[in-house]
Structures are given as C-alpha cells and as structure tokens.
Design a binder for this molecule. Structure first.
Ligand code: F6R
Length: 615
C-alpha cells in the first residue's frame, strides 16, 4: 500500500519519479505527490486523486528542474484523500520533505509534543510529524541520514520513509521497518522504491534492505546502517525480468495481460522441480527432510485470493500426505491463540510477500517454535526473508490489483509442497509423484485451451451487467473456486457476489434463489468422485427449479449437466484435485468483462490497493 520512489542522479528527477510512480500506482491511487530539490530549495506538488491529476498540475504549474527527488502515490490511512493529506509532507520551513508507507502508531503523542514546541502541523496524517522531527534533528546534526536514524528510533508501528533535505541536495535517505523498500543501483545514479518495477527501466541491480535499516543514496553509491548507526549487511540481487514484464504489452488492462500470461506462469513455476532421477527437488525449501518427517500438522495462513489457494491446498496436502491441515485467515490467526509447536509446519502464501496480516501470523508461528515455509512471488520481500524456507512462484510481476496469475502459481507451488512432503515422508511413491507432475505439466496447455474459448463467457458477462447479485457454488476443491469467483466479482464489478459450498444451500442460502438470479456452478469431474458429481447435479436441479439462471462450468464430455445448464462453460478434463487450475480461469475472465461492462476501473478497483502493508 502506497508507492514510494526516490532518485539521485543526473536525469530529470521529475521524469524519473513520475515514471516510477506510474508503475507503482497499483499500490494506491487516492492521491500523488512529488518533491524535487532545485535551486537550493525544495519544490513540491501534490494532488488528490489519481496520478493523472498530479501530472496535469505539473503541466499547469511546472516544478523547477532538479536531479534529486522523491514521490508518492497514496492509499489513505490517516486522513482522507485530499490535496492537503497527500504526500510529500514538509516541515514549516519547507526544507525537508518526506513520503511514507505504513502507520506510525505513536503519531498522536509525537504530534502533541511538536505542537508544544511550536510546530504548526496542517494535515491529518501521521506522516507529517516525521517531517517536523527530521527538521528538528537536522538543525542539530546537519546530517539527513543521522536525523533519520534518530527519528526512526522514536517511531512505533510499520513504516517506510523516504526523505530529502534542501541543505543536502544530492542525497535521498530511506528507512524501513515492516514495510517494503528496495534500492536500485545504476551508473552514477541510485533509486529507492517500494517495488523494483519503479526503476526497472533504469537498472536491474537491486539491494534488499533489511528490517530497521536506513539507507543513504548518493550518485556514487549507497550506504546502509541499522537504526542505531551500526554497519548493516545487505544482499544484492539481479532482477530477472525486464521492463516489458511491467508494461501492458498491448492489452487494455494489466489484468487481461496477466490472465493471458497464466499458461507461462504455471509452466515457469514447475520448471526445474524434477531432477534427473525423477525426484522432486525443491532446493529453496531449506527445511531438513528429518524435520519435515516430524511434522504432525500443517497450517496454511494467507489472505484473500491467497487464502483461497490455501483452502484448495488443504485437499491436496491431506490427501497426499495424510497430515492434518488447517487453513486460517492470517488476520485472525494469532488472535485466537492457535496451538503450534516445533512439529507444526506453517505455510504462508503471499503474492507480494509484504501482506502485514500474513507477516504477523508467520512471526507468531515462529515465536511458538513452528517452522514456516513461504510460498511467494516476490523475490527478497519480507515474508520469505522472515520464513525458514521459501518456494517462489514464478508468475512475474503482478500489477493488476485483482490477483490472477499469482493464484494459479500459488496452487502449483502448494501442490509441489504437498507432493514433496509425500515424497519425504514416504506417503507417495516416486511413480505416483511423477504422474501428478505429468498432469501438472499438462495444465499450462489446458489453461491455454480455456483462454481460447472465452468469447461466450465475455458475452455472457456483458449480458449480466445490470444484475445486482451473482452466486457461486462448488463442492470439494470447487468450493474455494466458487469463493474465488465471488471475490473477483465483488472487487472488480462491485456486485453482491457470494460463494457457497453447494451442500450448504439447503441449510439457508437457497432462500436467496429467485427468478433469473445468475448462479455459477463449478461441477467436479464425473470421473474421480462420482458421488460428488451426482450431488452437484442434483443441486443444480434444485436451484433451477426455483428459477435460478444456471451458469455451469463442467469438463468436456460431461453430458449429464447439459439439460440443467442455461449457459455451459466447458473446461478440459483434469484430475479432480487439479481442476481449480482450469476452472478458475473463466471466472477471472467473467469478472473482468463484467467490470468493464459496468464501466469500472479493472486494474484499480475502488477502495483497494495491492500489497496490503497495514493490519
Ligand atoms: C484479490 C487479491 C487479494 C490478495 C490478498 C493477499 O484479488 O488480490 O485478496 O490475494 O490481499 O495478498 P498477497 O498474496 O500479496 O499476500
């Protein structure tokens, strides 16, 4: 949440920072602002609303040219999305500017102190106190990095801060605690950003910042210390995707591009996981096989779409390993005092690797002695760094707020973890594992087939644009798919959408069914568990008898559903447990098209932001 950019170099800071903010706008789009050091002073502009408003302002009232600058795109926490509350925030003399992501929990106390010392604060934000505190410290030590260290030691909460001071025109300073910040190192220039996407057009050399570290950026290099001034160890890495991965590439929306990228994302996530002898090798899973053999319970923690991936993972983990598996919303997990010990394996699933609820859940798990394995899409992010082990999904950057390709790759990664546990514990034979991996390796092509047949789904979505409610039903792994279909529709089309386990219908939700209500039903394969299949066919008949308009997702060759489907969406036949990898795709397309038909912003739905770095 909130996107931050900092730049020191010889290019126009305005151009570099605004271009960086454009790539980070998915993180928040309530307001945007920029500050540039020029002519011995600080020049700033900020505007409520999307970045386009700020760009317009910059055309109407240009800032002076400078080659050091900072910028921000906001997802509001403290104070509404107004011009005044937009970042950067400046001190009273207008010499220091600061941008912030996160929440400063003791800001009220600090604000009262500053007011007593005669500071006039004008916004409702928690951030403004930092500008004033930095100005005070700087007036004593004339060193921005040292001022930042002193201020950070006084702050409580989660924050990334980036600041510049007019008296140090070639310096930008950043600090991070529990909130993302990466450094980009170029030739004679350096960058700071919430995400590498902001500077990938300039450099692919990045440095991970650790917790409680302050970085000083100069043209000729970067210097990192702890909040206490001690030298800090950092890890440099090469970003293995290029600028085209963070661009729309001819699609109208990132979401459409990301849906289309799913076959490749799935294939990439499977790449290199089988060794020459045919065994599964998950090199990044650095938990010793002995410790994995000891595991007597698996707990998956995640939020939103990643939570739905976890719900599906449970079926595979329990079926293939016979270890009991619980799936918890990360935001609820630590508050109910869960029972965890050294034999519990916690799997934390997160696309961004920065979701605060998930981070807090994994910290709690580790404090209780559990081992944590992260399933994550973002190299070097906080969740994998703080876990005992990580399995990276290789979806590439996901920019649209609604998660699509990350979800499919999370499923693939979870299936691999389940199989690996089965391999290590001997509950699955090598040939059984290889058979599942073979099935998995066919999925990429099957997703491609689904994508090629989506025109009727788009047409159907457009025809439902004026509806108020859509329900989703599923059984077994189809139930979390129904939940995911409903979540996509809520967040993109702003419609009332709910997912139910089809068997629960008669226990209440069936009362919602009325004439012409669209109900999407995810039908399990008739092969695997025919009981399951037959039950859902009865459920379709029950709702149809009460007037529902049935939209049935069923595999090729399943003819039993034909008489009861008002609309039939075909998916390739897959083994039962893997069906979510193909069944989810039409639901993503459906939600995207319905949102477009309703005139909504597909990539940036209202009130949302990607990467939820506050609890
Ligand atoms: C929905 C969506 C969210 C995220 C959730 C977790 O489309 O994208 O529900 O899945 O906020 O985010 P990560 O995976 O980054 O932890």
């Amino acid at each position: 949440m909130c996107g931050i950019v900092g730049y020191v170099g010889s290019q126009s800071a305005l151009d570099v920072v605004v271009a960086g903010l454009k790539r980070l706008e998915y993180r928040g789009y309530d307001s945007a602002g920029i500050a540039v050091l020029a002519d011995g002073g600080m020049a700033a502009a900020k505007k409520a609303g999307k970045l386009a408003n700020l760009e317009k302002e910059l055309v109407e009232r240009p800032l002076p040219a400078g080659s050091t600058g900072i910028g921000h795109t906001r997802w509001a926490t403290h104070g509404g999305p107004t011009d005044l509350n937009a970042h950067p925030h400046l001190d009273n003399a207008g010499r220091v500017a600061v941008v912030h992501n996160g929440i400063i929990e003791n800001f009220a106390e600090l604000r009262a102190e500053l007011a007593e010392r005669g500071h006039a604060l004008s916004s409702e934000t928690d951030t403004e106190v930092v500008a004033h505190l930095l100005a005070e410290e700087f007036s004593a030590c004339a060193d921005l990095a040292e001022s930042m260290r002193l201020v950070c030691r006084r702050l409580e909460g989660a924050f990334t801060l980036v600041a510049a001071h007019a008296d140090e025109p070639d310096v930008v300073v950043g600090a991070r605690r529990n909130s993302p910040l990466v450094v980009g190192v170029g030739e004679g220039e350096a960058f700071l950003a919430s995400d590498v996407a902001a500077f990938i057009a300039h450099t692919r050399s990045a440095i991970e910042l650790g917790q409680d570290q302050v970085v000083e950026l100069r043209r000729d290099g970067v210097h990192v210390t702890g909040f206490d001034g001690s030298p800090a160890e950092t890890r440099s890495y090469h970003v293995d995707w290029d600028v085209s991965a963070a661009e729309k590439g001819g699609y109208d929306y990132f979401m459409l591009k990301e849906i289309a990228e799913q076959p490749k994302a799935v294939a990439d996530t499977l790449l290199g996981r089988i060794d020459a002898s045919g065994s599964l090798t998950l090199d990044e899973v650095r938990i010793a096989p002995g410790a994995l053999r000891e595991v007597d319970k698996v707990v998956v923690v995640a939020c939103g779409t990643a939570f739905h991936a976890g719900l599906i993972a449970k079926y595979a983990i329990e079926h293939w390993t016979r270890i009991p598996c619980e799936v918890e919303l990360a935001s609820e997990f630590r508050y109910r005092d869960p029972i965890l010990d050294a034999r519990t394996l916690v799997i934390a699933i997160s696309q961004s690797g920065e979701t605060m609820d998930t981070l807090m859940a994994l910290r709690h798990a580790r404090e209780q002695g559990a081992k944590v394995l992260a399933v994550c899409n973002t190299n070097g992010s906080t969740i994998p760094r703080e876990s005992d082990a990580v399995l990276y999904t290789h979806a590439g950057p996901e920019v649209a707020v609604a998660s699509t390709k990350a979800f499919l790759t999370q499923l693939v990664a979870c299936y691999l973890v389940a199989l690996y546990l089965g391999q290590v514990r001997g509950t699955k034979w090598g040939d059984e594992i290889r058979a599942v991996v073979r099935d998995l390796s066919r999925i990429s092509e099957e997703v491609e087939q689904v994508l090629e047949t989506m025109e009727p789904v788009r047409e159907l979505a457009r025809s439902l644009a004026s509806k108020n409610t859509v329900l989703f039903l599923g059984r077994h792994v189809g139930y979390p798919v129904a939940l995911e279909g409903a979540l996509k529709l809520k967040e993109l089309a702003y419609m009332h959408a709910e997912g139910f386990a089809a068997g629960e219908l008669k226990h209440g939700p069936i009362a919602l069914i009325e004439e012409d209500l669209p109900v999407v039903v995810v039908v399990p394969s008739p092969k695997g568990r025919s009981v399951l299949h037959d039950k859902i066919v009865s459920n379709i008949q029950e709702i149809r008898a009460r007037g529902a308009r049935t939209i049935v997702i069923a595999e090729e060759g399943d003819e039993t559903v034909v008489p009861y489907a008002d609309h039939l969406i075909r998916i390739p036949a897959t083994p039962v447990l893997l069906q979510p990898l193909v069944a989810t795709v039409p639901l993503q397309v459906f939600a995207c098209e319905l949102a477009t038909a309703r005139g909504n912003e597909v990539d940036q739905p209202r009130n949302l932001a990607k990467s939820v770095t506050v609890e």
